[in-house]
Every structure is written in C-alpha cells, then in structure tokens.
Design a protein. Structure first.
Length: 386
C-alpha cells in the first residue's frame, strides 16, 4: 500500500510539474494595432486574423493586443509587451516601421514582424496581404458603371501603399473608360469617420458617382449611398452597410500569413537570426486577399447585368464584356506565377513620364516605394516626383 501511495503521489507531482511547464511554454505573441478593433476595417481584419491564429494552434500559444496606438509612439508599447513576456511581436501599420526596427535592435531575442513596411533586421520580418490586384479589378468595374466619368478615392495617408492601390484603381478604370478622371481627397488619418464624411460630401459636390477608399469605417459607403452613389467595400465585409450600392470590394485573410509565420516559429524554422530576408508578399495566388464586398461573392449580383452589358476592346481578348474581363483577369492573377499584372508597362504617370517600360513588371521593392500618380488622377499628391 505504501508503494502504491508513493507511486500516486509521485505521479501527481509529475503531472503538476508537467502541466506547469506546458503552461509556461506557451508562445506569447503580441499584436500592436493602429486603430480600434471595432473599426470595421484594417485593425478589425488583423484582429480576426489573430483569433484565427489562436484556433489554429490550440494550447500552444497565447496572444494579446493593444489598440489605437499612435504611429509615432509605438516603442513604449513594444517595451511593455516584451516585459510582459512576448517572444513574437506583430506591428500592424506602416508608421510603426522605424519604431519596430529600433525595438528589434534593443530586443535581439524577440521575433518581430511588421506589416506593410520594407525595413528588416535579423530578428524582424515584413509581411503584407496586398490589394493592388483587387483594386485594379474594382477599377474595371468602376470604369464601366460610372455615368459622370468622375470617380472618387478617399485616401487615408499619402504613403506608397495607398498610392499603389489608388494607381491600380485608376489604371483599371481607365482601361475601360479612358475619358474617366479619378478625384482624390486625403484624410491624413486611418480612422476618422467625421473626416471621411466631409471628404465624401465634397467629392459628391464635384460630381463623382463611384467611390473607393482607405479609411477604416463604412462611412464613405453610407454617405455615398444616401445620394444613390456606388462604392466598393474596404478590408472587412462592408456590403451589408449599403447592399444596393456596394459593387464589390477587397477582403483580407491575415490569418493565412499569421498561421504560416507562427507555425514556422514553433517549428524552429524562423528564429531571431534568420529573418533578414523574410518578406511575405501574399496576394490572390496565396489566397491572402479576396475580391468582394462580402465573403464568397466577388461581385454583387445586382450589378452583374450592367457589367455584362458594358463592352470593352482589349488586345488580348478582343471585344469582351467588363464582367467577363474582371473574371478573366481575376483568374490570371490567381495563378502562381501570375499571368497578368496591372503594373506591367508601358505605363506613364499623370505628367507623362515613363515609369514602367514596355514589357517590364514592377518589382515588389518598386511597388512598396512607389510615389507617382497614374494618368487621370486629379488632386493633391504629396511626395509626387518631378
């Protein structure tokens, strides 16, 4: 009996010790957000990805986050996360780039990954689920459906990411309607419904009848819908906010990147010594992004008839409906390697300067640092090259 009791006691002690070790060995992962998680846009989409990450690795990791962090003040928040035990930190906005690299130097034993940037270190990677392909597809539809030959873009900040998306939108629109102009207003904010409302109303007064945007609320959609104007959803499923006016949009699946990245950290593939060249540039082919204003629906059925009726001449397919062109381009860009890229030359900027020579496709480096404005874009363009 004494041996049995001793065996039970030792087994229980081992179980407690093992359980305690397992709890302590959970990988702690911190997420730093630029906006509130309820913004219906960029930050909300990242937080959905965080939750999907937890589900993918039950019991193996613990995630936590801080929201609405000012871009110029990210380092104190990183410091607090590291003190709290974070071994992996995701910083999820372009303006966090320099602060992330500085923190990576201070904490060489922590893995960092920065969204949308281009600076890396041995312990800091970069990642992006990018929308430029989808903005081009949205542009094709906008060019077909605009009646005033004026469409609009409400931009957050004039950084390369937003300029890239706006340029792709403009190139798509003018591929269908070369007479069309794209009018831009900058908010200098990622999340500001009041400014978004003001900008949309100003663009409505200028006669723009179709809207795309980069602001993390459905404000542009809602304001435009009140005037019976069309729009494209942004980042999160926003079609429900104006189901009769949202044509399509862009949807993101950050979980595809988060699950892949963290899985490689858990396996030991990614360490603090080998992230210098790790850059996720995931697009349609990797299923990190999706065309549509709601999941599983690339185009709102209310607009299918009008898009099928709109015809466009192409060198590749001859005369084709815009509906079919969108679907063919979508299929081409979903291949790996892609069979079509919107930024294949020749492309000139709005000043007539040749930016992409014939037969050349812009590299990721060129895309992530681009500053020029595409033809047809009207409005201020901070940082526009001469």
């Amino acid at each position: 009996m004494r041996w049995i009791k001793l065996f039970v006691i030792v087994t229980a002690m081992l179980l407690v010790a093992t359980t305690g070790w397992a709890q302590q060995s959970k990988l702690k992962i911190g997420f730093i957000y630029v906006g509130p998680i309820g913004d219906f846009g960029w930050t909300n989409a990242h937080d959905v990805g965080r939750k999907q990450l937890e589900k993918a690795f039950p019991g193996q990791l613990e995630t936590f986050y801080v929201e609405s962090v000012p871009e110029g003040n990210v380092e104190p928040f990183i410091d607090k996360m590291v003190r709290g035990g974070a071994k992996v930190v995701f910083t999820t906005s372009f303006g966090f780039m320099d602060g992330t690299i500085a923190a990576a130097k201070r904490y060489p034993d922590v893995i960092f990954a920065h969204a949308s940037g281009f600076k890396r270190a041995s312990n800091s990677a970069t990642y992006m689920a990018d929308f430029y392909q989808i903005y081009y597809l949205n542009g094709l539809m906008a060019g077909a459906l605009s009646k005033t030959n004026r469409i609009a873009y409400v931009g957050a900040f004039p950084i390369p990411e937003v300029k890239r998306h706006l340029d792709a939108f403009a190139l798509g629109a003018r591929a269908v309607n070369p007479k069309l102009t794209i009018h831009v207003r900058w908010l200098f904010s990622w999340f500001d419904p009041a400014k978004a409302k003001e900008a949309t109303e100003a663009l409505l007064a200028e006669g723009a009848d179709t809207y795309a945007f980069t602001e993390d609320s459905p404000t542009v959609i809602q304001v435009a819908a009140k005037k019976n104007r069309l729009s494209f959803s942004h980042y999160s499923p926003m079609q429900r906010f104006a189901p009769k006016h949202v044509i399509s949009g862009q949807l993101v699946h950050w979980e595809r990147i988060y699950i892949d990245f963290v899985g490689k950290v858990l396996k030991g593939t990614y360490t603090t010594q080998n992230l210098q060249n790790v850059d996720y540039w995931w697009l349609l082919a990797e299923k990190a992004v999706e065309l549509g204003g709601q999941p599983g629906q690339a185009i709102n059925p209310l607009f299918t008839g009008r898009l099928k009726a709109a015809k466009v001449k192409t060198s590749e397919f001859g005369t084709i409906s815009v509906y079919d062109l969108v679907n063919r381009r979508l299929a081409q860009m979903s291949k790996n390697p892609v069979a079509f890229d919107p930024f294949t030359g020749p492309i000139r900027d709005r000043k007539g300067v040749l930016r992409v020579p014939a037969g050349k496709t812009m590299t990721v480096q060129e895309l992530t640092t681009m500053e020029w404005a595409a033809p047809g874009i009207v409005g201020q363009w901070p940082g526009e090259p001469k």
